[in-house]
Design a protein around this ligand. Sequence first.
Ligand code: BG6
Ligand code: GLC
Length: 822
Amino acid sequence: MFSDCSRHAWALTAFSGPDSEGSDPHQLCCSSSLHEQEEKMGYLYHMRLSDDVLLDVMARFQAEMVKGLGRDTNPTATVKMLPSFVRSLPDGSEKGDFLAVDLGGSQFRALEVKVFNDGRQSSQLESKFYPTPKEVIQGSGAELFSYVADCLSDFMESRNLKHKKLPLGFTFSFPCKQTELEEGVLLSWTKHFKARGVQGTDVASSLRKALQKHKDIDVDVLAMVNDTVGTMMTCGYDDPRCEVGLIIGTGTNACYMEEMRHIDLVEGDEGRMCINTEWGAFGDDGALDDLRTEFDRELDLGSLNPGKQLFEKMISSLYLGELVRLILLKMTKEGLLFNGKVSAALLTKGKIEMKHVSAMEKYKEGLSNTKEILTELNLFPSEDDCIAVQHVCTIVSFRSANLCAAALAAILTRLRENKKLLRLRTTVGIDGGLYKTHPQYPKRLHKVVRRLVPNCDVRFLLSQSGSAKGAAMVTAVAYRLAAQRKQIDAVLAPFVLSLETLRDVKNKMRTELEYGLKRETQDRATVKMLPTYVCGTPDGTEKGKYLALDLGGTNFRVLLVKIRSGRRRSVRMYNKIFAIPLEIMQGTGEELFDHIVQCIADFLEYMGIKGARLPLGFTFSFPCRQASIDKGTLVGWTKGFKATDCEGEDVVDMLREAIRRRNEFDLDIVAVVNDTVGTMMTCGYEDPNCEIGLIAGTGSNVCYMEDMKNIEIVEGNEGKMCINTEWGGFGDNGCIDNIRTKYDKEVDEGSLNIKAKVSDQKSIPRILFSSFSFSFSRVLQETVKELAPRCDVTFMLSEDGSGKGAALITAVAKRLHNIGQK
Ligand code: BG6
Ligand code: GLC
């Protein structure tokens, strides 16, 4: 009876753009009288959006995204662009058994998701729907979460899961500010939810609290995701190209993968993170006022959240039926429908719902559905009335699809530009009742998107299993990371030292230092407290040219140091680094010292100073018992050195002999010093208060200026002498066994495999090393302050290494030597 629509004034033209092809029956019918009718009712005409308008909306939305992402502009942005802390799409490694709760769409459900990874990816989903009565979703927050927990507990009971400890992913389809995956503060309720006392609080922790009241279940809320994010991840499991999640249901919203470097609100520039745009709020600052009609304004005023979610209110299923009702009411009052007779039902808010709009727009049965629906509303529609009402529905749902397409086109363009591509091929994961059940909606949406962004090849992928599968994917990753974190914490626990333990270590060290200084205990002491015969720090009068050797750190270096005193006081250094091959480090002593002399020869040659007999200071970073400043007997090798026939020998003699063997040049070896002493002297040249030298490098050691009266093994009581503590030996008598871990023991036993073992748990080494190097000096300084509160310590980094210090010592020793000779 309604088959020939061209007979009727209310037949439709294409609503957007010139393209009137396609299978949308409503688009095919054309009538010029339609325009006239519509123009008479400006309000309907105003709802038709041309491609030019849509391109303009797209540009406006692009600007909103930029505003939401910027640190300074975000606070006033309406489109919040919320970081989701989801950094990657599913990669197929996800597996396990997860619970999910999906709250905020038209249906609330609890789910069990099993993800398999046995060669081929697959998943299994069991779920149960629960009602969400108005008293619950608009009551108190505590009641809402205890209801959610009750439903989950019931679900676990019905699936016989109560005995299991399971991780849970929480799909919560409202705008939440997240600072990590497992928490989210609700910014504002949207759609039909309005529970008291929830806005501004962490929703995940409220759910956790409610779950704790159920003593018979053990659920770990590990991840919270928006439904858009869940949808993108669900679809991403099947199509790795999926990088956009779109919801067109009770509400509307989209998320997409943004480059980290564009997300000001999250630290780091590497990789991507999913951004929940919360595009429903687009226009809340008036940005769409020119497009909004009197019906949009009326609908907004009667909503739960006036002035909020204005874009959503032009698009999503919670509002479209009501928009249609408001338009029909106005038309009836103007006498354009139902002979001007309004029914009580038509006057009632919420009487026309989305399901009615969908039914009325159905191909073939649409008109008869319309008649039936209007009759149920106690209206008495004529044939023309039915066509007119159907037309209104189409205008409203067409506008919805157009607006959605414009915002989606903006996201697609952003993705394409981020990737610097001329053409983008991508997949959009979609869910939501409006998209899924409206007969024409998907086709309209796809078509307009393709027209607005002709340089994007878009696949629209309907999420078959809702957003929960995606939430489980996110939870799987969070679960893996949490398990890893736990393992790491367990491994690292013995490395954490309490203040009390550190005080104990300090006291023990104090005892050992004293043992080392006393004549009768010195022999047995593990901390050797070696006198260095360096009795003062530089006084600025040092000058001349010196050679220095620096052996025992990461590099072996030979240096030429030129010291000037007086007004032109300065130190200039020239140095060359030489390698010491392992076979030399662990060969014979003769080979080692011959190699050293060979390096010196190279250096002298290189500097063009072979003939000069320069005084030399030898930084030798191993424990040496000294009888004078130029005599040092090697107590024992440490670190990677093991050359034979050296221990118990005077290293200065060994060097002299090697020079003699080579018989090519002569050097005046004036001083042998430990690297700690060289470092103290280097810093002492800049800051006369410097009286401690500390090395934390290949090895670790400390020297300091001790009162002569405390050094029992050296004659004399006047003044001070620098003591090389050789504190590396601390604990060799077992006094700190209580803080040595099994790893320390393994290292000690010579196994070099600790790193390989730990790295079995993929990310440990990175975490260990990055945090270690980053905070070492801070931790050192803070701990010293804590343990020695009465000492005001300045930590000064030796920029020039210990070679400069060795040269300074040589200068002083040379001066004293010369005075002595005179
Ligand atoms: C469901 C998702 O399929 O779609 C929900 O699982 C989402 O997370 C919902 O909120 C959106 O559609 P509607 O129509 O239920 O609001
Ligand atoms: C509303 C919510 C948003 C959600 C969307 C779709 O816009 O604010 O978080 O994604 O509805 O459910």
